[in-house]
Design a binder for this molecule. Structure first.
Ligand code: ZN
Length: 506
């Protein structure tokens, strides 16, 4: 087989596998938005069946032969130097996925997928009742599946590194420690300095904001940021998320609370940031594994840029606030745009990660990272997690919940076996501000554009520098190409220090 035919065949196999994965994503989306309670076990079986098909397709010996024919190996994943650069990047992405997948026996993959469905259902029950014990056996199972996979991937010594590598290629626990340690110190200091100052008046946020009005405002906002409603939609779920069901079908979700309007609003902006990334991949990568984020951390950099750096900025609310005030005249009576800006940037150590302000947020992530490290080193047993959680919250944030529902049970990730995922959120903050610095050098009058609601130049820059490239570059290389730098906490911390020095008169 000549190289052109080998590449064509590889693209065909990849495209078919992706379409099956999209069907699986649809089942998952449905599970989190629509599924009746009694259907949970049946759905777990369906997910396991599809997982089995995906595994079979992803480990087909033909893929190994084709990759080899094109010169791709573990040592030289990008293959033949004579091939076009994009194809070489494609080979790298495929080689990585294939090498991971072939290590795993089919029954392990299917059993893990089935267990995941049941574990998620158990987590929902445990969280509803604030009863961690219901979740313990499931969480043990998820940890042992994750550990087994990491071992099969060659990470027997340090299984957690194998899990981290899944979400942030090339960055093990030591690499993350190197950026989290200074981050933790500088954040803790900033939180203490802010805590010594008077709090902004934010009582009006506890007023009742009818859900219909929140939804109308949120939908208008997401469209104005650039979300193409012909290529995606917004629905409701317990935990907000983004998923792509196809190249022209990007789903985002949010949740609304009448007495906590910010939760739904900022979830929409956050998930819109993810969706803009997914909608911005090069159309030439349609049906290709290159139509993916560079890593979870890079994905989070996009969502968190829109949510915080843009969505919690003064120019943003100077522009958008009049419309919000018009929609909620009684709830926001006497509140100015500047008051609202101060209120949405209130820094207060709190219990729930997803509702945390941008200063304390990364400390929530660091807690999860520290606990996961211990869980996989064997230093911490599953049943001791609630207490370790409380202790960690006290150490990092000076507050802890009595109830496990607002503690160790608050996040869905562990129930899905997604260990090593949490650090992406904080890494996203760091990547995001490094990108933002480069953007501000290239794009003129950024604040004026944000104020006037003209996001086109900003989105175009992100598209051209980051989105359009999809998974072509590994995160480290993407960061270097766009910013000339390696990962560090400086841009993020300088952004926070400047913003909150002004806000809190530090
Ligand atoms: Zn996110």
């Amino acid at each position: 087989m000549d190289k052109t035919s080998a590449l064509e065949r590889l693209h065909k196999i990849d495209g078919e596998r992706r379409r099956i994965a999209q069907v699986q994503a649809l089942l998952q989306w449905d599970q989190e938005t629509m599924l009746p309670d009694a259907a949970v076990e049946g759905r777990a079986e369906q997910m396991a069946a599809i997982e089995g098909i995906l595994h079979q397709r992803g480990t087909a010996p033909e893929i190994g032969r084709l990759l080899g024919r094109l010169g791709s190996s573990a040592a030289a994943p990008r293959g033949d130097e004579a091939l076009p650069e994009t194809e070489r990047d494609f080979l790298r992405v495929l080689r990585r996925a294939y090498d991971r997948e072939v290590c795993l026996p089919a029954d392990l993959v299917v059993d893990a997928a089935r267990a995941e469905g049941l574990s998620q259902a158990a987590w929902v029950r445990a969280r509803q009742n604030g009863d961690f014990s219901v979740f313990v056996p499931h969480l043990r199972t998820m940890v042992s599946f994750a550990r087994r996979k990491a071992e099969l991937w060659g990470f027997s010594e340090r299984p957690y590194d194998g899990l981290l590598d899944l979400h942030e290629p090339g960055m093990g626990a030591a690499g993350i420690d190197a950026v989290f340690t200074p981050l933790r110190e500088r954040l803790s200091l900033l939180v203490r300095r802010i805590g010594a100052q008077p709090r902004p008046e934010a009582g009006f946020l506890k007023n009742e904001f009818p859900v219909a009005g929140q939804d109308a405002f949120g939908r208008a906002l997401m469209a104005s940021l650039g979300f193409d409603t012909r290529r995606g939609r917004l629905d409701l779920s317990v935990h907000p998320f983004t998923t792509s069901l196809g190249p022209d079908d990007v789903r985002i979700t949010t949740r609304y609370f009448p007495d906590n309007m910010l939760s739904g609003l900022f979830s929409i902006i956050h998930e819109t940031g993810h969706a803009l990334y997914e909608m911005g991949f090069d159309p030439a990568f349609r049906d290709s594994s290159l139509a993916d984020g560079a890593s979870m951390g890079i994905h989070e950099s996009q969502s968190r840029l829109w949510e915080n750096v843009i969505g919690r900025s003064l120019p943003f609310w100077e522009g958008r606030y009049p419309e919000l005030a018009q929609r909620f005249p009684h709830q926001l009576a006497g509140v100015t745009a500047a008051d609202f800006y101060r209120a949405v940037n209130e820094v207060r150590p709190s219990l729930i990660r997803v509702d945390a302000d941008e200063v304390t947020y990364s400390l929530h992530v660091i807690l999860r990272f520290e606990l996961e490290k211990k869980l996989f080193s064997g230093a911490l047993a599953v049943e001791d997690l609630p207490e370790a959680w409380r202790q960690g919250m006290m150490d990092l944030l000076g507050t802890a919940a009595d109830d496990d529902a607002d503690g160790v049970l608050q996040d869905v990730h562990w129930s899905m076996g997604a260990f090593g995922y949490f650090p992406s959120y904080a890494l996203g903050n760091l990547y995001g501000l490094q990108f933002w610095r480069a953007l501000r050098r290239d794009v003129a009058a950024v604040d004026d554009r944000i104020r006037s609601g003209d996001f086109k130049e900003i989105l175009d820059w992100l598209r051209q520098k980051i989105h359009v490239r999809g998974a072509r570059l590994e995160p480290e290389n993407l960061l270097r190409e766009v910013t000339g730098q390696t990962l560090n906490a400086d841009a993020f911390m300088e952004y926070l220090e400047t913003k909150y020095t002004a806000l809190y008169a530090l």
